[in-house]
Design a protein around this ligand. Structure first.
Ligand code: NIG
Ligand code: FE
Length: 416
């Protein structure tokens, strides 16, 4: 221990701030601001200064100690995953082998696999088991550079079970370095044991669950899955309006297989609309004219063998674009955000700036987080260092170059 107020971390071969970039539209790599031989001053978990290492050492010499990094290192903001379902128990390897043998996602669900099968395993799991499973996944995310991750409930689909999942997420958030942002996805599907209609199920959630979630402050956000086999646009509209009146932020799973969710998202002005594998020009225009942030999920395309969402078109039309892993046991079991981002980028012809923006400050905005995703004064000191001298290697190596150092609020959280 020492008595200095600040810590200077560096020198970094390249420091990529992701600062001063627009929230919406396409980006060129030449817009990226890099500091060569850079350093970061950290005070109480926040960034106090960013600049040239030698200059910082002289400016802050009386108040700081220095944490030196290895020879070659590129530092960027910690990654932010704005869409996951990582609080689950059980395996869906059987679904996967059926899919490889030619069955599709909806057929497998109708045959007793799918979300319902994860629901029965997750309902049976104890709180301690779920905590351990979630912790393991959060740790894997941290090793891969993810310092903030959204986590949805949605695998118990009854009142007590959904509370159990949100409490587990809250508990792991308190005990782990990584920040978890909980979202209530009780409107994932109507579970097979619910006796009434889809509308009855949603009404039950609104009356019985959401007031408790609000009262216990278990989540500020709610999500609904709009699709065949999940909920219709009209059912979702009613549900979302009621949730909004209780005070929740809204997000939607839309246009993975069925159209309609994006126009509803724009009509209601939700925070983000996620998936978009089948989104078309008309809806892209609506999105571009709105503040709704599209979140694309390449992990679901890779898991299901479907096309990627049209990221290039979304960006060229003036939309923002965040990228999530969708990590879940069914459609997206991989859970490696950087690999998925690199693969999306090569198929959709995204610049390195656009890809990195999608998993840093644009993802932060999709979660309404205004204090991270950029390396600049006042922001949380969440940073990841890669053992290279060229930031382009992060995507050029297609996710196989892993961070050798991860800092959470200025503290080393992972060191290889
Ligand atoms: O975002 N599409 C709906 N929900 C999840 C999949 C959940 C599951 O298959 O368990 C998704 O892909
Ligand atoms: Fe999802």
């Amino acid at each position: 221990m020492n008595n200095y107020k600040n810590k200077i971390i560096g020198p970094f071969t390249q420091l990529l701030t992701m600062d001063n970039l627009p929230l919406k539209g396409s980006l060129c790599d030449s817009q990226l601001k890099t500091v060569h031989q850079g350093g970061i001053v950290v005070c109480n978990g926040k960034i106090a200064a960013v600049g040239e290492f030698n200059q910082l050492c002289s400016d802050f010499r009386n108040s700081s100690w220095i944490e030196y990094v290895e020879n070659q290192m590129v530092v960027i903001p910690g990654l932010i995953d704005p869409h996951t379902h990582i609080c689950w128990a059980g395996s869906r390897a059987n679904d996967y082998s059926l899919r490889l043998a030619g069955k599709n996602y909806l057929e497998i669900a109708q045959d007793g696999g799918g979300i319902d099968s994860t629901v029965s395993h997750t309902r049976d799991a104890t709180i301690a088991e779920l905590e351990a499973l979630l912790m393991e996944r959060v740790l894997k995310h941290l090793k891969n550079g993810v310092t903030t991750t959204e986590v949805k409930s949605g695998y118990c689909l009854n009142i007590l079970g959904e509370i159990k999942l949100l409490e587990v997420i809250g508990k792991v958030n308190q005990t782990h370095f990584v920040d978890l942002i909980p979202t209530c996805l009780a409107a994932h599907i109507k579970p097979s044991d619910f006796p009434g209609s889809q509308s009855d199920y949603l009404e039950n959630i609104v009356c019985e669950l959401l007031p408790i979630v609000k009262k216990l402050a278990l989540a500020d956000r709610i999500d609904i899955y709009i699709d065949d086999g999940a909920f219709s646009v009209d059912e979702a509209r009613k549900y979302l309006l009621k949730a909004k009146s209780i005070g929740f932020d809204l997000v939607i799973h839309a246009e993975q297989f069925t159209k309609g969710g994006v126009s509803l998202a724009c009509e209601l002005g939700v925070l983000s609309v996620d998936h978009l594998e089948i989104v078309e020009d008309k809806e892209i225009k609506l999105l571009a004219a709105s503040d709704v942030i599209p979140i694309v999920l390449p992990g679901a395309s890779l898991g299901l063998g479907c096309r990627f969402a049209s990221a290039r078109k979304l960006l060229d039309s003036g939309c923002s674009l965040a990228i999530g892993s969708d990590w879940n046991p069914g459609s997206a079991p991989m859970g490696d955000l950087l690999v998925q981002t690199a693969l999306l980028g090569i198929f959709e012809k995204m610049t390195i700036a656009e890809s990195l923006a999608g998993i840093t400050f644009r993802a932060a905005n999709a979660l309404s987080l205004k204090d991270r995703g950029v390396l600049k004064n006042g922001f949380i000191a969440d940073m990841i260092g890669f053992p290279t001298s060229d930031y382009r290697d992060i995507l050029y190596q297609q996710g196989s170059l892993k961070p050798s150092k991860v800092w959470k609020r200025g503290e080393i959280a992972n060191d290889k």
